[in-house]
Design a protein around this ligand. Structure first.
Ligand code: HPA
Ligand code: ZN
Length: 326
């Protein structure tokens, strides 16, 4: 069997996926029309060409701008259903999905409508497509800690629909400690915790250290810079924390997929996983990310399987449910 067919057939688990980053130009244009939102382009091709960036900051501009078409509960339902359908077609069996409520509430779109649309899509996908998913609510780190806390409070009526909280958006000058109180309260409420430790950041090691010592994260999104610091690497290994690495996304924001770091994580026995981040923008869902790493590193099938074993192992699921996947 060719390796691409092997990757396609492997049962997969995706742990780093921003639902707003799955908004394909086709759906964006359809929602713009449905909601009477004026777009600066007329065709899907023009919309696709507008998706251009070369850094996290320039990516985030288009990412937030595109969200203006997301206004109603059915919009969020359609967005998540499109992703879950695509993921199921790639034999993703389980996904943990980030959503950015503040990217919507800051535009006047109510929290409850966002979460209800996403939740309905998760339930329907499980029933109709056989794919399981859970939601992770991210705080936008370039907004204030007070706004994050208010968002946390707003989420509490939906506590049972959200497995954990994360931290994303622009990391520059927005260290994890800024949100220490928010994460402490999230922990009290029983949320699990993750945070982005982006690869193109100044103070990157200090930020990863804060995630470990102040926030007490349950895993790390991206985070491959930790390998440059032996003590950080040792501490992460000791705690058994996983990394959700996104190779094609890395290649877009730094022109380095970080394949050497992925190789090293495998060699060290760290729980490295391969994910798609914002697949509509980076033009690669999880299978294409696995293919990209495989081509670069010439991985064996056992190593490809190891990524998925790691992912199910660090997934935020009860032990018995993980074991059923493994
Ligand atoms: N990094 C930070 N914030 C994000 C990302 C990312 O890769 N994707 C969507 N929001
Ligand atoms: Zn991300």
């Amino acid at each position: 069997m060719a390796v691409d067919a092997f990757i396609a057939g492997m049962p997969k688990c995706e742990l780093h996926l921003h639902i707003e980053g799955t908004l394909e130009p086709e759906l964006k244009m359809r929602l713009a029309e449905r909601n009477h939102v004026r777009m600066p382009y007329r065709t899907v091709e023009e919309a696709r060409d507008a998706y251009k960036f070369d850094s996290l900051t320039s990516f985030l501009v288009g990412y937030y701008e595109s969200m203006n078409v997301l206004l109603t509960e059915p919009d969020f339902y359609d967005l998540a259903t499109a992703y879950l359908t695509k993921a199921a077609s790639q034999n993703v069996r389980y996904a943990e999905i980030f959503f950015d409520p503040q990217a919507h509430t800051s535009r006047g779109v109510p929290f409850d409508l966002v979460i209800r649309g996403l939740r309905r899509a998760v339930l329907d996908a499980e029933r109709l497509l056989g794919i399981r998913a859970q939601l992770i609510m991210c705080f936008l780190r370039d907004f204030s800690a007070e706004y994050a806390m208010a968002t946390l409070m707003e989420s509490l009526p939906y506590r049972e629909w959200i497995v954990g909280v994360g931290l994303d958006s622009d990391e520059r000058d927005n260290p994890p400690v800024k949100f220490a109180k928010v994460f402490a309260r999230a922990r009290e409420e029983g949320y699990l915790i993750t945070a982005h430790c982006d690869i193109d950041q100044p103070n990157t090691h200090e930020h990863i250290r804060q995630c470990l010592d102040v926030i007490g994260v349950d895993r790390i999104d991206h985070g491959s810079n930790a390998l440059e610091d032996e003590e950080l690497t040792a501490e992460i290994a000791r705690r058994g924390l996983g990394f959700t690495v996104c190779p094609v996304s890395n290649g877009f924001v730094t022109s380095d997929m970080k394949a050497a770091e992925i190789r090293r994580m495998l060699d060290l026995g760290l729980k490295v996983t391969i994910n798609s981040d914002d697949p509509a923008y980076f033009l690669a869902y999880v299978s294409e990310n696995l293919q990209a790493v495989q081509e670069k590193l010439g991985l064996g099938r056992d190593e490809l399987v190891q990524f998925e074993r790691n992912a199910f192992e660090i997934a935020w699921l009860p032990r018995a449910t993980k074991d059923a996947f493994l």
